[in-house]
Design a protein around this ligand. Sequence first.
Ligand code: UDP
Ligand code: MG
Length: 318
Amino acid sequence: MTGTVKVSLIVPCYNEQAALPVFYRETMKVLEGMDCAYEFIFVDDGSTDDTLSILRGFGGENEQVIYLSFSRNFGKEAAMYAGFSNASGDYVAVMDADMQDPPSLLPQMLEILRGGGYDSVATCRSTRQGEPKIRSWFAKRFYRIINKISDADIVDGARDFRLMRREMVQVIVSMGEYNRFSKGIFGWIGFRTYWLQYDNVERIAGETKWSFWRLFKYAVDGIINFSQVPLSIASWFGVLMTMCSFVILLVIIIRKLLMGDPVAGWASTMCVIIFIGGVQLFCLGIMGQYIAKTYMETKRRPHYIISESNKENIKVIE
Ligand code: UDP
Ligand code: MG
């Protein structure tokens, strides 16, 4: 340990027994070559495999390793929040345990921040190689939509891997919202960010925890958390339908006056009823999404519960 600055590495782990030893070894190698102090904050997100005992091992052999173990799986967002809340470094980074966030980038990232011109160094993948085509297609649409309809500036291909100054971390910790979408939070708070590109790296072991459906829900959450536009879509639909109905009303009245009362089509009536019913339910659904978020937010439930840690004076609930 040399140097005066300290870097905290936050590593959310969910069933990462296969990848963790490699991650730890490789990252230690990189850290030893860097002119700074460091700490690891491993967050075991309710793993059901041997992740926790591996982390106990790391903690036993290295004082610089802190581990927090959740009482159940709370999700990566909660794990990152726990990491941020407990990090003490001057610079703080979030890294995946599967080596998809190459530790070899750390020295360069620290160098850029020490240069003084930036508050954070973020990373994004230059290609989406190795990803299913359909997933890439949806991801692209998602980034285009969310950037159009929200203040959160989210870069396509951005990863959660970024090194930040203490000041920025402080702001993130102070944003205690229950529904967390870190990609949006990072973009929303602003600060000067340097973007570092690198080629996509495949996960070294284990498998991804993000099914297509889980990603889809994550995307919808992101939009609802950072934009009110879907709500106005609902009201615009309402305005449009009302205008249409006026026109249709006029047509019906005129037809009645001119031609008496010809037998009206049952099919067309059904179509209109079903269509309007569909639009109404859709709009109700959008509102329901916002109400559900508000509901969860007002309950003020903790983001996570820590059941075990090697750090003293830990805040068990936050
Ligand atoms: N992760 C977590 N909790 C979860 C899901 C994932 O802490 O509920 C961690 C996981 O262990 C990994 C990181 O988040 O370190 C990224 O997960 P993954 O590699 O599965 O996502 P992908 O890289 O495929 O987007
Ligand atoms: Mg991964």
